[in-house]
Design a protein around this ligand. Structure first.
Ligand SMILES: [Fe+2]
Length: 298
């Protein structure tokens, strides 16, 4: 299981929970909606970990191709065929799978199985959610020293995000997580002029906080207190990455599924990201109104 070091300067919103009974699942759902990172005790996807760790995506290649290998997601892997003709597909098949058709099809079997196991977990944890689509990421390139950030997806439609992560690598996947976006927005609201984002999409406010507050020219110099997490191989956790500030400190192989869910189908729709941020704006708008000096006659 994960090793967790908590910083008392950040709200303690990291918990471990079982998912055996319906009551367990309801509790995970409650915590998830409230903005907790929940590590799922006793959950491990049934996958061929030694095989997955034998694949090496960190190969040498032209810079433009390597950039795209990083984003070579689940749907591309499933569509890959020895007959694919695109330069990126050819590169992946020849260099990463050594033109071995059996190896590629076994990997595709693993990907299909992982996707299906994740779907089943999503339905078990969030049985009443209506999901409009799902995206699967099989990230096999090394990630290190990300900047601390809240995810900004740049997707037009508002949605409630359910994200399920697992570490496939033998080495621990190191995360650092800091303040939740609505709480942080509240703490810097006036000085950062966040009122200019009232009535706009949550993305805009998150992007501004990422750029102006968390990022510097040197990675990791955000100066925010953080909890430290080392996820062991096979650990599965859920976390809304637009609420929880996070950075991958180091990781080698991971699988993550993202379910676009309708906020109206949450147990408590008022906890969806957009609703949280609207509440922050309202709070400061109310405060501004009460600050207007009374007119004194005479
Ligand atoms: Fe992220």
């Amino acid at each position: 299981m994960a090793k967790i070091v908590r910083d008392p300067l950040v709200a303690d919103y990291v918990v471990e929970r079982d998912v055996q009974t319906e009551a367990d699942c309801a509790e995970v759902r409650r915590l998830y909606e409230e903005g907790y990172l929940v590590l799922l005790r006793g959950v491990k996807f049934d996958l061929d970990y030694p095989f997955l760790n034998s694949l090496d995506f960190d190969v040498e290649g032209p810079a433009d191709i390597m950039q795209r290998v990083k984003k070579y997601g689940g749907h591309k892997i499933l569509a890959l065929s020895p007959k694919s003709t695109g330069p990126l597909d050819r590169f992946v098949f020849q260099t990463i799978f050594a033109s071995d058709t059996g190896k590629l099809s076994y990997f595709q079997e693993q990907v299909r199985s992982g996707n299906a196991q994740s779907d089943a977990l999503y339905v078990r944890l969030f049985p009443n959610y209506v999901s409009t689509r799902a995206m699967y990421t099989w990230r096999f390139t090394e990630t290190m020293y990300e900047d601390l950030h809240w995810d900004v997806f740049g997707i037009e439609e508002p949605f409630h995000q359910v994200r399920i992560f697992t570490n496939l690598a033998a080495s621990p996947r190191l995360w650092r997580i800091s303040h939740r976006s609505d709480e942080f927005a509240e703490s810097i609201y006036r000085e950062a002029g966040l009122e200019r984002f009232a009535g706009t999409k949550g993305d805009d406010l998150l992007r501004a906080m990422n750029r102006s507050v968390l990022h510097s020219k040197t990675p990791c110099m955000d100066r925010q207190p953080k909890h430290h997490l080392a996820f062991a191989q096979g650990d599965v956790w859920v976390c809304e990455t637009r609420i929880v500030a996070h950075q991958i400190y180091h990781g080698e192989r991971a699988f993550a599924a993202m379910y676009f869910s309708e906020a109206a189908t949450m147990d408590r729709p008022e906890l969806a990201l957009e609703a949280r941020l609207s509440r922050v704006h309202e709070k400061f708008a109310d405060a501004a109104e009460t600050r207007v000096p009374l007119e004194v006659s005479g």
